[in-house]
Design a protein around this ligand. Structure first.
Ligand SMILES: Cc1ncc(CNC=O)c(N)n1
Length: 231
């Protein structure tokens, strides 16, 4: 009888990440339902905003790859579950495709990806990524930040593909890149890994991980703002 109660309790227990998403709902919604995303979804998006986002995001992804490499390194050193590395490596493989995609997309829109000056919000975000690359930053913090970064894009762009959206044909490729079901499953896999490590983490590591997730959400909002020329 007692065992059953424990099982029931375990079933209804809210995960660490779910608790944070509830607690910081407004910020999460701000990062995933930004006016730039709404403008893509309703078809009113300004071409110059989209081009600015594309140029700046390419610079961001160049910095994101070495960050993911350090997450992989930490997984190898600190996790005893081999599937962590498999999932992270699949993320790196898709980043390889992403560079080819950026080049294709840039030529489609007539933008040049070389010699683009990073804007302040982008530099700030890249500097934050670099701080997470330090070997002092625990794997739990890094993998959870990684999950948050990927999930903001997944959730945002999947919203532009939902029924009832009016996303222009020429932007569907972009939305598909991060909004497709496979990318959604990959984000869930990252979430399970992060959650698993958070369950075992000390209060101190948990606190610092929560702070890193909030930082990610704030940097993402600033990043979208930049595309709209707000900074
Ligand atoms: C600013 C930002 N955040 C998240 C992503 C998605 N991850 C890799 O592509 C991205 N491309 N850019």
């Amino acid at each position: 009888m007692e065992r059953k109660d424990e099982a029931e309790e375990a079933k209804s227990k809210v995960s660490v990440i779910e608790t944070w998403l509830r607690k910081h709902r407004l910020l999460y919604v701000g990062a995933t339902r930004h006016p730039f995303i709404h403008s893509i979804r309703d078809g009113s998006v300004d071409v110059s905003s989209f081009k600015r986002w594309l140029e700046q995001d390419y610079i961001f992804v160049r910095a994101f790859v070495p960050f993911v490499a350090t997450v992989l390194l930490k997984a190898w050193k600190e996790s005893f579950d081999a599937t962590d590395m498999d999932v992270i490596l699949s993320g790196m493989a898709s980043l390889n495709d992403e560079f080819a995609w950026f080049n294709k997309e840039a030529s489609k829109w007539g933008v040049s990806l070389t010699n683009v000056a990073p804007q302040k919000a982008n530099l700030d975000y890249c500097r934050f990524l670099e701080s997470l690359m330090s070997s002092e930053v625990e794997y739990t913090v890094a993998i959870t930040a990684f999950w948050a970064i990927e999930t903001v894009y997944q959730d945002s762009f999947a919203h532009c593909l939902e029924d009832g959206s009016n996303t222009p044909e020429e932007l569907r490729d972009t939305c598909q890149r991060w909004g497709n079901d496979g990318f959604g499953q990959y984000c869930h896999a990252l979430q399970s890994i992060a959650e698993h490590h958070l369950e075992k983490a000390s209060d101190d590591v948990r606190k610092r991980t929560e702070a890193a997730v909030l930082d990610v959400l704030e940097y993402e909002v600033a990043f979208w703002n930049m595309s709209q020329g707000d900074t």
